[in-house]
Write a protein that binds this ligand. Structure first.
Ligand SMILES: CC(C)[C@H](C(=O)O)[C@@H](O)C(=O)O
Ligand code: SF4
Length: 467
């Protein structure tokens, strides 16, 4: 009999039943909650007089609306204060553990799950947030779900789901200097398209992902959804186990040993059969920058913007729209594009290794006078760690603002926003029109190192040329 993929093994281990609709009822091992998508789901439970089926498997944090500057209560923004109060009421009433600002463990939901050791290999994880794919870095199935599904998971601990096909994406060889996990995923999305992954789980395999640290694997899995894939994962290995060992919610003692042998067993078999396999050479990948309004519209930093006529038919219209919005022209270089805002943070690149890499670029330099630059740690724990290492001083000496943990200017749901048609260099994952809080705002996605370098130069620069 042919081997199985991790996706098949974990899926099969969690199937409760086949539903009359043809869908499967899947048990969810971990349910993460944030303030934006949960209120209506809790309201539905309340209406029906239901309880949360597995409160011990359910954890909440606040991230999208939380101010990153003045976090005193009540919050300056009355809507943020209302949403916070709603979440506080719901977790209290339904008996859910809440990592609030007083806990010292608050942060972006996809940063705190792994860092607390809640995210573990072989699990099914659900969260009302599209970037739940991040958790796949640990060899789990992380499903982003909508509000009605949140209600279902709260009430039953299960979800009705269609199975996915599995595409193995192999990247072999070694990455060149200055090429980071962010560049790898931007490259993959550029090649396979923002819709290329629809109906698929992406399994990232090959030398590059084997050699990649956990933070980098999270960056890659995080953006699976930007490539249309519902989930993305990397098979668990020694790096995964080393990352989890000793974390607050990770198993201990004998339970740890049992867990590790189970975790090993869920990895894809060498003879697993895939619905599709794509192979790339690491040497092809350069530092990438997006120039448009989808994460797939990117070029190597030393490249030129594409001629829409030369693009596949299906990409032409959105390319035209992107040119109109961005005010760029085909044939133009992205290098040298003047920026107004620089943002290091988000669930894509707001982890400690991202902050270290950005600080390395910034050390001893100054932010260009016309640039507003911020560093927003992905969690309170990341922030504390960075402060212990003195990274905050490097950033502040250079003229960066050093903020509290949250989603911040990744999206415009809090007080951190672009203004007018400002251009940002951003380490986040989406460059949709209006994404960063201003309808005319323009976002260039890139690695945190490249954001740091752009903040200093005041324009897009090639990290490979930065001394
Ligand atoms: C607000 C939330 C539902 C949304 C998501 O699902 O991803 C946000 O996190 C985002 O990144 O756009
Ligand atoms: S950091 Fe950005 S992408 Fe991540 S959860 Fe928050 S808003 Fe969504």
């Amino acid at each position: 009999m042919a081997g199985k993929t991790l996706f098949q093994k974990v899926w099969e281990a969690h199937v409760v039943d086949r539903l009359p609709t043809g869908q499967y009822q899947l048990f969810i091992g971990l349910h993460l909650i944030h303030e934006v998508t949960s209120p209506q789901a809790f309201a539905a439970l309340r209406e029906k007089g239901l309880k949360v089926a597995f409160p011990e498997r359910t954890f909440a944090t606040v991230d999208h609306i939380v101010p990153t500057h003045d976090q005193g209560r009540p919050f300056v923004d009355p809507q943020a204060e209302r949403m916070m109060q709603e979440l506080e009421k719901n977790v209290r009433e339904f008996g859910i553990r809440f990592f609030n600002l007083e806990s010292g463990r608050q942060g972006i939901v996809h940063v705190i799950g792994p860092e607390l050791g809640l995210t573990q290999p072989g699990m099914t994880i659900a969260c009302g947030d599209s970037h739940t794919s991040t958790h796949g870095a640990f060899g789990s199935l992380g499903f982003g779900i909508g509000t009605s599904q949140i209600r279902d998971v709260l009430a039953t601990g299960t979800l009705a789901m269609e199975p996915l096909k599995v595409r193995k994406i192999e990247v072999n060889g070694r990455l060149g200097p200055g090429v980071t996990p962010k560049d790898v995923i931007l490259f993959i999305i550029n090649r396979l398209g923002v819709k290329g992954g629809i109906g698929y789980a992406y399994e990232y395999a090959g030398d590059v992902f084997e050699n990649m640290e956990m933070d980098g694997r999270m960056t890659v899995c995080n953006m699976s959804i930007e490539g249309g894939a519902r989930i993305g994962y990397v098979n668990p290995d020694e790096k995964t186990f080393a990352y989890l060992k000793g974390r607050e919610f990770a198993p201990r003692g004998e339970a740890w040993d049992r867990a590790v042998s189970y975790w090993r067993s869920v990895a894809s078999d060498p003879d697993a059969v895939y619905d599709d396999v794509v192979v790339f050479d690491a040497a092809e990948i350069a530092p990438m920058v997006t120039w448009g309004i989808t994460p797939g519209q990117s070029v190597p930093v030393d490249g030129v913007l594409p001629d829409p006529a030369a693009l596949p038919e299906s990409e032409r219209e959105i390319a035209e729209l992107a040119y109109r919005h961005m005010g760029f022209r085909p044939g133009m270089r992205i290098l040298g594009t003047r920026i107004d805002v620089a943002f290091v943070g988000s669930c894509t690149n707001g982890r400690i290794s991202d902050l270290r890499a950005a600080a390395e670029v910034v050390r001893g330099k100054k932010v260009a006078p016309h640039v507003r630059a911020f560093v927003v740690p992905g969690s309170m724990q990341v922030k504390r760690q960075a402060e212990e290492e003195g990274l905050h001083e490097i950033f502040m000496d250079a003229g960066f603002e050093w903020r509290g943990a949250g989603c911040s200017i990744c999206l415009g749901m809090n007080l951190d926003r672009l203004e007018g048609d400002q251009i940002s260099a951003s380490s986040s994952n989406r460059n949709f029109i209006g994404r960063q809080g201003s309808p005319k705002g323009r976002t260039l996605l890139m690695s945190p190192q490249m954001v740091a370098a752009a903040a200093i130069a005041g324009e897009v620069v090639d990290i490979r040329e930065v001394g």
